[in-house]
Design a protein around this ligand. Sequence first.
Ligand SMILES: Cc1cc2nc3c(=O)[nH]c(=O)nc-3n(C[C@H](O)[C@H](O)[C@H](O)COP(=O)(O)OP(=O)(O)OC[C@H]3O[C@@H](n4cnc5c(N)ncnc54)[C@H](O)[C@@H]3O)c2cc1C
Ligand code: FES
Ligand code: FES
Length: 1333
Amino acid sequence: MTGDMSSELVFYVNGIKVVEENAEPETTLLQFLRQKLGLTGTKLGCGEGGCGACTVMVSRFDHYSKKICHFSVNACLAPLCSMHGMAVTTVEGIGSVKNGLHPVQERLAKSHGSQCGFCTPGIIMSMYTLLRNDPQPTIEHMEKAFEGNLCRCTGYRPILDGFRTFTKEYCAMGENCCKNKNGNNNLQLEDGVGTDLVKTKAFLPLDATQDPIFPPELQNSTKFDTDYLIYRGERVVWHRPTKLDELLDLKSTYPDARLVVGNTEIGVEMKFKNMKYPVMIAPTHIPELVDITHTDLGIRFGASVTLSRIDQELKEAIAKYSEPKTRVFTAVIEMLRWFAGYQIRNVAAVAGNIITASPISDLNPLFLACGAVLEVQSKESGRRQITMDEKFFLGYRKTALTSTEVVINILLPFTSKNEYFGGYKQAYRREDDIATVNSGIYVVFEDNSNVIKKLSLAYGGMAITTIMPTRTMAAVVGRKWDDSLVMDICRLLADDLPLQPGSPGGMVEYRRTLTISFFFKFYLSVQMQLQSMHLSKTKVPSYLHSATAPFHRDPSKSTQIYQEVASGQREEDPVGRPINHLSAMKQATGEAVYIDDMPKFQNELYMGFVMSKKAYANIKSVDASEALSMPGVVDYISHVDVPGKNTWGAALPDDEEIFATTQVLCEGQIIGGIVAETQIQAQRAAKCVKVEYEELKPIITIKEAIEAGSFFGSPQKISCGDVEAALQQADHVIEGECHVGGQEHFYLETQAVIAIPKGEDGEMEMFISTQNPTESQHVTAEALNVPANRIVVRVKRIGGGFGGKETRSVMISTPVAIAANKLGRPVRVMLDRDEDMLMTGTRHPFYAKYKIGFMDGGKITALEINIYNNAGMSQDLSWAVMHRAMFHSDNAYKIPNLSTTGHVCRTNISSNTAFRGFGGPQGMMVVEQCITDVAYTLGVSPIKVRELNLYQEGDRTHYGQLLEHCTVQRCWDECLNQSDYFRRKKEVDIFNSENRWKKRGITIVPTKFGIAYTALFLNQAGALVHIYMDGSVLLTHAGVEMGQGLHTKMIQVASRALRIPASKIHTSEVGTNTVPNTSPTAASCGSDLNGMAVINACKTLLERLEPIMLENPKGTWEDWIKSAYINRISLSATGFYKTPGIGYDFNTGKGRPFNYFTSGVACSEVEIDCLTGDHQVLRTDIVMDVGVSLNPAIDIGQIEGGFTQGYGLMMMEQQKISPKGILYTRGPGNYKIPGFGDIPVQFNVTLLKGSVNEKAVYSSKAIGEPPLFLSSSVFFAAKDAIASARADAGHHGNFILPSPATPERVRMACEDQFTDLFPKAKEGTFTPWFVEL
Ligand SMILES: Cc1cc2nc3c(=O)[nH]c(=O)nc-3n(C[C@H](O)[C@H](O)[C@H](O)COP(=O)(O)OP(=O)(O)OC[C@H]3O[C@@H](n4cnc5c(N)ncnc54)[C@H](O)[C@@H]3O)c2cc1C
Ligand code: FES
Ligand code: FES
């Protein structure tokens, strides 16, 4: 041993020394920070390194380079034990509201970059770390820093805009920076129009001297690096040897021990696959394993060198060595560009990637193709070299290493001028995603020729290991690199890389096509290089060149245009001004409190759910005996413990059971729960409850439900005109179908609840992350058999909801209340991400069949739609969602004869529920598809068909509502103009004629969204306003703050209504004890309903105060309040509002369902890669009518956030579920929501000027949901691009593109000679791996 043996863990957190005597090896840094140190600013969003909410900065002193290194880390994966000798900085360590914000926190908050705020601390810490390493990064560098962070609310634009002020480019451009960032070339600004949502001049300067210093103790002593550490936990022992011999000894004694460097594989295995590793060895401080040496053959990297370090070294090597030498390095760097995010690459080691032997490892295909050489060693057999080739991977997650061998290093070879190398990867999302297929391709030519001497191909994603198609490789040796090779290789590869239909992972034809597409790209790029050296006569035509270019994204640009407040508006009247979200500062410092940030209550317990593992089954028995004997376990709770009703329903009584009794109807349904002292204990024990099932045949998809006649209720219809007659009279009639996939809410804060029994009169206090406190209150009361007045539900803020916490939060909160009631102790739950995704349902998948009648000119005269949604195991809100889809199946078009019939399918998946748009987007998607069908059939532009059919003022919808103040046409015209559509369309056509494998599409899509709950009774709200003696106002209303800025807007409204500054008004929380019988905060109605209720309450107060004000007209607000109090005037008032004049009766087909409409139009331009299906949104312009905006910053935030969420629905987010109803997509690892790099490169939003709306608060309009559908402009632009690719391949006319248009669907729709090699297997001849819901 070089150092002493120690079992003491020493590290620093925010400058304070932490000494942990008995460090638990299974504890993560995040658990320690939150639970032990109470530093709850760092959030848990997923626990698997996929969302970045837990990002912290870790710093260490490198005694070799004598430098302090700072790196961002996912605290949810970082083992506590790996922190010895490190300094951890959390969001609390850099600034606070009390002591002053750090510039990073301030700029994000002031740039409107925080909505619900749950992602914010993680994003702050990624930026902070970047600035600690480089105080003035380039824009490109800055934008890349967030590859490992997700935000579900903001649409990312304001975050990037705020942080752009730190970049080199910003400073170089001085004052003009923000103004000139204008991404809208066609912009002509009128008077009274604002473009500055942020006052950047007022930003605090970044002053590096203010940053906390690195703890001198860690810098001065080497013992932190040299001590042999051993930590003994409950189930695991952690060793950190510091010499190779020690490591080999350990591995010899414990062959099954795992080596832990980044823990990015092992951490996930332990958490999600329940793997137990009793001995863990950290080889992070063994000199041979962290060494980097340059040799004659290449660069040798120690096995524990991190991927970030490799990236840096290879970049330096490329600068140092001549080009031909570094071709492998270039490919590795390009691959690392798409390998996870910084947080993972900063800790993950190269050997971890190799030895995990994942079939989709990104590095292994490169290492196999280039023949990288490993040095491995064991105590028994000493050191040997292994060349990575087709013999290296022996089977699923098995390598050629023996159980006692460890990897010492890997040699990445130099290349010479006749060697070429390429690396390729395609994933759902470019950034931070695992590969669908990836590849390393290496070719060596005979000297000075184009004759192949050696070809190495290695593929990931095509088998249970990374594989090499050796027959193909051998068959082409001696061949010339010319066009005849391509189709031969394609055929050889097709044989060499077979995948049976239904293979795990699905997408069989796509994956097989990708193997060829990658080779074709490589072929072209090598051919171009050979040509430039006169070694090949084959000329690559210029229209093929773009196929070879690596992905490039320009820095993001944007504009936000809004109407400024009238010049005469009082200075202190905040309505209409872009003021900040009132919690933004606290969210940026981590001080904002969410449910699981609340300190533990005395005696508190945790509940781990026992969930069904089957989609449909009778429960034969439940045995909790083993679980009950486990440490810390207090009780097993099930339906027998429910004192009242064990059923509940969002729309129907008794729609579903709280705890399943005799039968389970979907995977993830709650059967019971284990209550224990800690979360770990409860979750571990819950997994040990044995449930015996008698399986029944489930119904999973809409088509299966239709076949089996499995529906909730009978079909319902809305119609106008005479569809049948109109179809007969139409020039053309076509039929089609449309499929819109589901969408996981992916709010960053998962469902959470704390239930606290009060011990008196059946009282219970509940803190719930819910959009619907009243529903939670009532269901709890019924379950506990107490009146509702005993249950108080309190909500301060929630970390995103998007509809997912409108009713489904009840299924979590009620069992927790039942447990708390039985045990008389507080009980907490915050679902793990995988539990949340499994249990709580999604946006409804929709399927529609339609018949369109239209005239030669493109006028649509008739439309008949049958529309189905997949409700899941209970009805929940599915009919209301269906109604909205039916109401929106006209979108923004006047179709004189339209009938839409809705069917709600009952299936055995978890119950689908509300999600921003609430069926509207799905309904609109059907008619938009009809538009493109008409256009493709007639061979005209879809824009023409849209324009021709657009609603005009005075038209009536298919449900008979008159369109008043209809601004669809105005938005359309303005969007055409601002986007410069016609000029750019010509450019797109030119681009498409000049490029065969990259295509562009540009299109423009309108939306018209009806505002009101379609359930009439929900259109009501209450407010409670207290004025205290000092003049301060406590405002409470019925709406939940979930990031949408509702509390901020309500304070703006109250400020105007009371004529006092907003600073005098505060909103603390929403509670069922302050405003009763609240509607859920949903349907975009939060501001409309609550705003009016607030105004009404304020009016009452002002009326009471009026005599006092008149008596003392020069008095201050405080004077009046004091005197009102003395005069015994009540300073508390309630306000109530119900939307007048609305209501629709489905039985009579009469009425007015909506109060008004919010309209908008978007133009998007998209570029697709026809060979891989990859795409990039080049530009989006949105013009939106929000009336007179209450707060343009918040409204634009809703537009950008809604658009980005919709973009996920349209292009990326694909739920995968097996034919038996088992969900595969359970976390950010395999379910991708849009990331920073997915937003339009140029993103311009304009609020329509001069629009008024007498139907809502101060002439404003609702905005939460309406913009979401505008993202379909991306989908239809991609469809246009595909149409161009198809035309090049000789396919004309209509084609089906389901949504989301994932890379698979885009690629396979671009039919060509490569896809033709892999025809789709016939349905019914195989069992698919996943099904279309
Ligand atoms: C959010 C996220 C994103 C990811 N994205 C990608 C991606 O894009 N592409 C990709 O390929 N992978 C990805 N991964 C997988 C993972 O990050 C990589 O495989 C990483 O390289 C593993 O390194 P590690 O140091 O964290 O491994 P660890 O988890 O610490 O160890 C992994 C395995 O390697 C073994 N091992 C480690 N060192 C040695 C050694 N010297 N000798 C023998 N065995 C050893 C361990 O015993 C263990 O079995 C991702 C993971 C996460 C969590
Ligand atoms: S919580 Fe750590 S990355 Fe999501
Ligand atoms: S603000 Fe980013 S997830 Fe809500």
